[in-house]
Design a protein around this ligand. Structure first.
Ligand SMILES: NC(=O)c1ccc[n+]([C@@H]2O[C@H](COP(=O)([O-])OP(=O)(O)OC[C@H]3O[C@@H](n4cnc5c(N)ncnc54)[C@H](O)[C@@H]3O)[C@@H](O)[C@H]2O)c1
Length: 254
């Protein structure tokens, strides 16, 4: 097992299950001290306990990853406990379906507040105050990485199609002088407990994805870990699409 993140401190939001949990697990198994957040406190505790059972170092902090005050508290508690922050991944995100013509403003605001606002405000909270170098971002996951040794970098990966990509480009200009890189991950269909609650999910996406299957949480976590690793130190303002080729053809699942 490589230990690319030994003694690094990482925050991952919305990580009680699915992609976020796998990112936490992989970071912890590669030596990071991981702060695992979820709005469902019990789920966060349970997930952190699973990682500790695998000998990973993981602390659960429950709370709303879309709430600016909570994000600041999360950052403060992390610094108090571990003394620094190297990586922040704003993975928390929701999908609310609805007809365009009837889409409820409250639903729109909920999605924007968490998927875009949560990612956006994790940047300054983790990046400017405590991280000192590189940020990466991603369409669906926002990560800040802050190296306190060597060249001092932090990385952000985040998650909100399109808007996040554009915001990342702008953040590059603002954050590069601080040595912060910003990149984005755009996951395609990914098999999780949530998505697999649709019994047709895997069959449908296997049929319309050139590689022949939806992503696993491990596939997305591998991309996130690459973006926060030293190997990606010269990559900034980019979006990494991890979709098994789906965007080359883009057939609708419906
Ligand atoms: N699974 C996919 O196919 C897919 C594809 C593209 C993008 N994404 C994005 O990747 C991210 C992870 O997706 P997933 O499928 O693993 O999600 P998931 O639904 O399996 O898990 C998300 C977790 O976030 C938590 N959460 C919800 N609101 C929160 C909040 N306000 N604060 C903190 N935690 C909160 C939930 O309790 C849940 O445990 C999301 O942002 C999602 O939009 C997923």
């Amino acid at each position: 097992m490589r230990m690319r993140f030994k003694n690094q401190v990482a925050i991952v939001t919305g990580a009680g299950q699915g992609i976020g949990l796998e990112i936490c697990r992989r970071l912890a198994l590669e030596g990071a001290h991981v702060v695992l957040n979820d709005i469902e406190v019990a789920l966060a505790e349970e997930a952190a306990e699973k990682i500790r059972k695998e000998k990973g170092n993981c602390l659960a902090i429950g709370g709303d990853g879309g709430d600016v005050n909570f994000i600041e508290q999360l950052v403060r508690e992390t610094v108090t406990t571990f003394g620094k922050i190297d990586i922040v991944i704003a993975n928390a995100g929701i999908t609310l379906f609805g007809d365009f013509f009837d889409y409820a403003p409250d639903d729109f605001n909920k999605v924007m507040r968490l998927n875009l606002g949560g990612s956006f405000f994790s940047g300054p909270a983790g990046g400017q105050k405590h991280a000192r170098s590189k940020a990466w971002w991603s369409y669906f996951i926002y990560v800040i990485r802050n190296r306190t040794s060597g060249t001092q970098k932090s990385c952000c990966v985040w998650n909100e199609q399109g808007r996040i990509g554009n915001a990342g480009k702008n953040l590059v200009i603002e954050l590069s002088p601080y040595g912060i890189t910003v990149n984005a991950i755009a996951p395609g269909a990914t098999a999780t407990a949530r998505t697999k609650s649709d019994p047709e999910y895997e069959n449908t996406w296997s049929r319309i994805t050139p590689i022949g299957k939806p992503a696993s949480t491990n596939d997305i976590a591998s991309a996130a870990l690459f973006l926060v690793s030293p190997e990606a130190g010269h990559i900034t303002g980019q979006t990494l699409v991890v979709d098994g080729g789906w965007t080359s053809v883009s057939p609708s699942p419906y």
